[in-house]
Structure formats: C-alpha cells, structure tokens
Design a protein. Sequence first.
Length: 151
Amino acid sequence: MEKKMVSRAVEILLVEDNPHDAELAIRALKKSHLTNRVVHVSDGEEAMDFLFARGKFSYRKKTDHPKMILLDLKLPKVDGIEVLKAVKSDPQTKVIPVVVLTSSREEGDIIDSYKLGVNSYLVKPVDFNKFVDVVKELGMYWLVLNQPPRL
C-alpha cells in the first residue's frame, strides 16, 4: 500500500548518480518546504523503469507522473540524453518538465538537450551554497510558479 501512495505523490524524480549531489538536492528541496515527495534514482535505466512503470517500479501506474524531472546527463547504464529522448518522445511523458542539472558544460550536450525538448539546462555550481540556492530556485519555479497542463 505504501508503494502506491508514494507513486501517486511523487513531485520530483531526481536522476543523479552522485550520492552527495543527490543528498544536497533533496535536503535543499525539503529545507525550503517545496516538496517532501522526491524519488531518487541513480542511473538512467532506473529512471526509465520508474517513468514507464517497469522492473522494480512495475507496481506504479504509468500515468502517475512526477511534476518535474531533475536529470543529470552523465549517468551509468543509460545516459541522460537517452532518458531525455525517451521522455520527450513518449506522448504520455513528453509534457513533464525536464531540467538538466549536470556538471557538463559541453556545447554538444547543451544543443542536444534543447533539440530533444529539455525545459532548462543548468550547470551544477561547485560551491555548496550556490548549489543549494539553484535547487531551491528550481523547485520554486517548477513546483510553485509554473502552470503545467492538466492531463
């Protein structure tokens, strides 16, 4: 029963392989009271399983989407570009806002991300306080200010 409650309550899917960055992002979101409903996955394959209700997430309804995806690009198993491509090419998931939050400043990654439909592309600040501020601002914009379509 708890799994079903969690699946319907997800506001942010955090796709981040660095445990330190994931912990910082989750703490920043919770501290700013933007969400208590974050699911963290550590690779691209797990992200796609969550989004498309496969594997260990097969109990979920595919239509129970997160309000936002925070996506790192440099991921094990399936990279972030492939996750983005899958999300934006599926009619049921393409409207989910995807924010790339990555250490990559490569022009090719930025161009590819926007061509695939990313909603925002941000480079992770190295400074702890700036990283926390960026995550808080992301959460404020996408969860509070932004008006998503009703599905």
